[in-house]
Design a protein around this ligand. Structure first.
Ligand SMILES: Nc1ncnc2c1ncn2[C@@H]1O[C@H](COP(=O)(O)OP(=O)(O)O)[C@@H](O)[C@H]1O
Ligand SMILES: [Mg+2]
Length: 269
C-alpha cells in the first residue's frame, strides 16, 4: 500500500475504483471492478439486471463494504484508513462525514413522507453541517427553484407526482453541495410521461461540474450525457468507452448481444 492513497489532490470529485470485489454469501457479485471517473465527468453504467450495478454504486459511498480492492475520492480512501500496511474501516462518524460529499438518488425517491418538499431539502444541511435553519431554508428554496418546484415547497411527498418527488430528491441530494452524485435508476419507478422532466434536471447537472455516476436503462439519455458508458455483466466491466464507441461500435460479443436486445433498431448515435 503506497501513501498516494491518502494524499488528497486538488481535484474535486475524482473517483478511482480499483479492483473492487464484493460477495454476498458464496456469490461474488463484483469480481474486480476498476473504473475512473474524472472530476466533473459523467459515467453512465448500463447492463442487465443482477450484473452488480447497484452494488458498485453503493460501494462508492460505502453503503456496501468492499471485500477487496479500494475506492478513492480525490485521493482519499472511502470507508477506510491506512495504518501501517493495513486498511481499517473508519468509525461511523467519519463514514457519515465522508458521505456528506456524495449525494445519492434512489429509484424510489426515499423522501421523508412527514416532511414537506422544502423540509426534505433543508433537513440535512442543518443536521449534518450545522447550518442555520434560515440559511438551509433559503438555499432549499433556491434548489427547489433549480429543479422547477419552487411553487411546491410546502407540498408533502404524497401530494406530488413521482417525477416531482424525484426532483425534490435531487434537490435534497444537492443541498449538501456534493462533489459526486450517484443515481440508481432514477427514472425506473416513473410513469413514462414523467421520465423526461427528471432526465432534464440531470442533464442540467451534467454540465455543472459535479461528477455524476448514473445507472440507467435510458439509452438515449446515456448517449446524450455520458462522457463514458460502462457496460457491466456478471460482476465485471465488460467494456467502457464513449457513447459512440459503446453504442455504435461495441467490441465485445456480450455488449453487442445486450444492445441488440435493448436498443431500438433505429437508435442513432
Ligand atoms: N444485500 C444483498 N444480499 C444478497 N444478495 C444481494 C444483495 N444485494 C444484491 N445482491 C445480489 O447481487 C447481485 C447483483 O445485484 P445488484 O447490484 O442489485 O445488480 P443490478 O443493480 O445490476 O441489478 C444480484 O444477484 C443480487 O441478487
Ligand atoms: Mg440495480
Amino acid at each position: 500500500m503506497t501513501n498516494t492513497l491518502t494524499a488528497p489532490t486538488a481535484a474535486r470529485g475524482l473517483v478511482e475504483i480499483t479492483g473492487v470485489r464484493k460477495s454476498f454469501g458464496a456469490t461474488e457479485v463484483l469480481k474486480g471492478v476498476s473504473l475512473t471517473v474524472e472530476p466533473g465527468g459523467v459515467a453512465v453504467i448500463v447492463g442487465p439486471s443482477g450484473s452488480g450495478k447497484s452494488t458498485l454504486l453503493r460501494t462508492i459511498n460505502h453503503l456496501e463494504k468492499v471485500d477487496g480492492g479500494h475506492i478513492t475520492i480525490d485521493g482519499q480512501l472511502v470507508g477506510y484508513e491506512v495504518r501501517g500496511d493495513r486498511l481499517y474501516e473508519l468509525r461511523e462518524k467519519e463514514i457519515l462525514k465522508q458521505r456528506t460529499g456524495i449525494g445519492m438518488v434512489f429509484q424510489n425517491f426515499n423522501l421523508f413522507p412527514h416532511l414537506t418538499a422544502l423540509e426534505n431539502v433543508a433537513e440535512a444541511p442543518v443536521v449534518a453541517q450545522g447550518r442555520s435553519k434560515e440559511e438551509a431554508r433559503r438555499r432549499g428554496l433556491e434548489l427547489l427553484d433549480r429543479v422547477g418546484l419552487k411553487d411546491r415547497a410546502d407540498a408533502y411527498p404524497r401530494q406530488l407526482s413521482g417525477g416531482q418527488q424525484q426532483r425534490v430528491a435531487i434537490a435534497r441530494a444537492l443541498a449538501l453541495d456534493p462533489k459526486i452524485l450517484l443515481f440508481d435508476e432514477p427514472t425506473s419507478a416513473l410513469d413514462p410521461e414523467l421520465v423526461n422532466e427528471v432526465l432534464d434536471v440531470i442533464r442540467e447537472l451534467a454540465t455543472s461540474g459535479t461528477t455524476l455516476v448514473i445507472v440507467t436503462h435510458e439509452m438515449g439519455f446515456a448517449r446524450d450525457v455520458a462522457d463514458t458508458v460502462v457496460f457491466m455483466d456478471q460482476g465485471q466491466i465488460v467494456e467502457q468507452g464513449t457513447p459512440q464507441q459503446i453504442f455504435s461500435n461495441p467490441q465485445e460479443p456480450r455488449t453487442r448481444s445486450f444492445f441488440s436486445k435493448v436498443l431500438e433498431p433505429a437508435f442513432n448515435i
